[in-house]
Design a protein around this ligand. Structure first.
Ligand code: SER
Length: 594
């Protein structure tokens, strides 16, 4: 029986033997992309390369990418949904296209030395065509020639067989999806895509278009292949398990939870157990990528995950601290493949414990308070509602994320006045920017010129900070919109107004010198020898780009950047504040030159 770890090894090994370079998973937190809180697909960190930038590792890549999807967070607990998952992928950046991609997929699935799946357990879908694009006859023909009978190839529409873009704009294309029969054998001769016993296991996207802001498509100059295979799902399916929660992937976590509760292993895991396992596995990885719980953005999602898990723990009778114990199991299980988990283990455990203590202190009071609100409403009232003001009070005073209140309300047939909640929240300055949900839906940022300029300014800012404050200053995060840059760095105390003025002056001086911004590609080892700044916690490819701005700045970085510092305009710091313990945050803008 193949385990997830073996599956990962096998997949990557197969594609390496076919000329693909293995690249490491990017962080769960997109770099320089303000519109997405988390990486949701294997292709997301590769977007610049899918759009034509040269990838230092070559044109054929393979990886196992960490992903987080929070859109269906409320579905977690059922048998299939996961917040965190791993996605295996193979990539062609302007190298092979349809024919070879499908052949690779077929060989990996069916070859006796690979997954050895009998062909009669497989079915596929291809794009059936619509008014915008013709049906994918070529994909049909290739599958058929490999031995997939015509009645096992379904032609479906755009909804099923067109993938991407991740946001509103970016690379996308028609795809072909592979399905595995999980019902009683033999599988039906004719493939019925509506039959849920056919489970999708792999998706090959033929990335041919770029979707523009106005909704039109342009052909990409470089045609790519993007494939994605969810590791947890393929593992469950091949093990004949109805749910990934029944595989060894979650076995260790459940065993630890049993120990914490002092119970014998249950035959079937309850929704509470699955939510705890899913959310704390996700939280472990998210903290491992440098996020700590907070009030907005990714930190808020993290908080939600942890607090929901804690409440589910209470439902199971867990009273003491337990989240760090679960996290330790996750770190042990994944630490070899994802070394960042081991490296950041102390932070992961400490942050979970801190968050848990903080929430546990108010949780019981909050639940009592909540129950009082519920009890106050007579049973005969038809539409029972928790007012916005009360929901906000539960958040402010007891730390209940609104989503948790909604969930608790639902359990007792109440709804929550969300509009009223929003109104109450808006009055609170801090909360006014919490339009997090919007962000999930947002698109990938345009790598517009202004973004590139702000990105270059970030390098100058880091150099200036190191000059003024000392070389202990290092980047801990960066986020750029087309309006402003935000830069997090380690520094133990507030930066004084005088120091900020000096930093600003140094950046503007570098701009005034109109330094050329050069980019050199080199081996990572050589880059390190040049003394180029690298980002803590960032994992690099073996070949990297080094951006140099005269004698002022030299950093390993993926770009993009302006071509001269003179293009940047006037640099102005808007704000300096604390981001978290030991981390300061600067927001700054570039203005037209006076
Ligand atoms: N981008 C596609 C997906 O996420 C294939 O990797 O399914």
């Amino acid at each position: 029986m193949i385990t997830a770890a073996e599956m990962r090894r096998k997949y990557i090994g197969f594609f390496k033997r076919h000329g693909h370079a293995e690249i490491k998973s990017a962080s769960l937190i997109p770099e320089n992309d303000p519109t997405c809180l988390f990486n949701t697909a294997g292709m997301q960190p590769l977007v610049p390369y899918l759009q034509g930038a040269k990838h230092p590792a070559g044109r054929r890549l393979t990886d196992c990418q960490k992903c987080v999807r929070t859109g269906d967070i409320d579905d977690v607990g059922d048998a299939v949904h996961l917040t965190f998952f791993e996605m295996l992928g193979n990539w062609s950046l302007g190298d092979y296209f349809r024919e070879e991609a499908i052949r690779f997929s077929f060989e990996f699935l069916t070859s006796p030395s690979e997954l050895n799946i009998p062909v009669d357990m497989l079915a596929v879908t291809v794009f059936g065509g619509d008014e915008e694009a013709p049906s994918d006859e070529e994909a049909f023909r290739i599958w058929n020639s490999l031995g997939i009978p015509a009645e096992r190839i379904a032609k479906l529409g755009r909804k099923d067989n067109f993938w991407g873009p991740v946001g509103e704009t970016g690379p996308c294309g028609t795809d072909t999806e592979m399905f595995y029969w999980t019902g009683p054998k033999p599988a039906p001769q004719k493939f019925d895509p509506a039959d849920k016993r056919w489970v999708e296991i792999w998706n090959d996207v033929f990335m041919q278009f770029n979707r523009r802001q106005d909704g039109t498509y342009e052909e990409l100059a470089q045609k790519n292949v993007d494939t994605g295979m969810g590791l947890e799902r393929i593992t469950a399916v091949l093990q004949g398990k109805a749910s990934c929660y029944d595989t060894e992937i979650f076995g260790g976590i459940f065993a630890e939870l049993d120990k914490i509760r002092g119970v014998a292993p249950g035959a079937e895991r309850s929704a509470s157990e699955r939510i705890i396992a899913d959310h704390l596995r996700a939280a472990t990885f998210i903290i491992g990528d440098g996020v700590i719980p907070g009030r907005i953005g990714a930190p808020y999602v993290l908080r939600r995950l942890i607090r929901r898990a804690i409440r589910e723990g209470r439902k199971l009778g867990v009273e003491g601290l337990f989240t760090a114990r679960i996290a330790q199991v996750v770190i042990d299980q994944y630490g070899e493949f994802y070394p960042e988990l081991r490296a950041n283990a102390p932070t992961i455990l400490a942050e979970l414990e801190r968050e848990e203590k903080q929430f546990a202190a108010t949780l019981d009071h909050g639940m009592k308070e909540f129950q009082k609100l519920v009890d106050r409403v007579p049973a005969f009232v038809e539409h029972k509602v928790i007012s916005g003001k009360n929901a906000f009070n539960l958040y402010e005073t007891y730390g209940f994320p609104i989503e948790l209140t909604v969930e608790m309300a639902k359990e007792q047939n109440f709804s929550v006045d969300l509009a009223g909640y929003e109104e109450a929240a808006k009055k609170h300055q801090e909360m006014s920017r919490a339009n997090n949900e919007q962000k999930f839906k947002g698109g990938l940022a345009d790598h517009s010129e202004q973004t590139a300029r702000l990105h270059s300014a970030t390098h100058l800012l880091q150099a200036a900070l190191r000059k003024v404050l000392g070389t202990h200053v290092e980047q801990r995060g960066s986020n750029i919109t087309s309006e402003r840059l935000r830069f997090d760095f380690c520094h133990p105390e507030k930066v004084s107004p005088e120091e900020l003025a000096e930093v600003e002056r140094l950046v503007n001086e570098a701009i005034d010198r109109d330094l050329e911004i050069t980019c050199t590609e080199m081996a990572l080892e050589d880059a390190k020898k040049t003394g180029a700044m690298a980002i803590f916690s960032e994992k690099y490819f073996d070949r990297v780009k080094v951006y140099r701005m005269g004698d002022v700045s030299c950093e390993i970085c993926g770009g993009p950047h302006a071509s001269r510092t003179g293009e940047l305009g006037h640099f102005r710091i808007l704000k300096e504040e604390s981001s978290s313990r030991g981390i300061r945050r600067i927001k700054a803008v570039l203005e037209p030159k006076k």
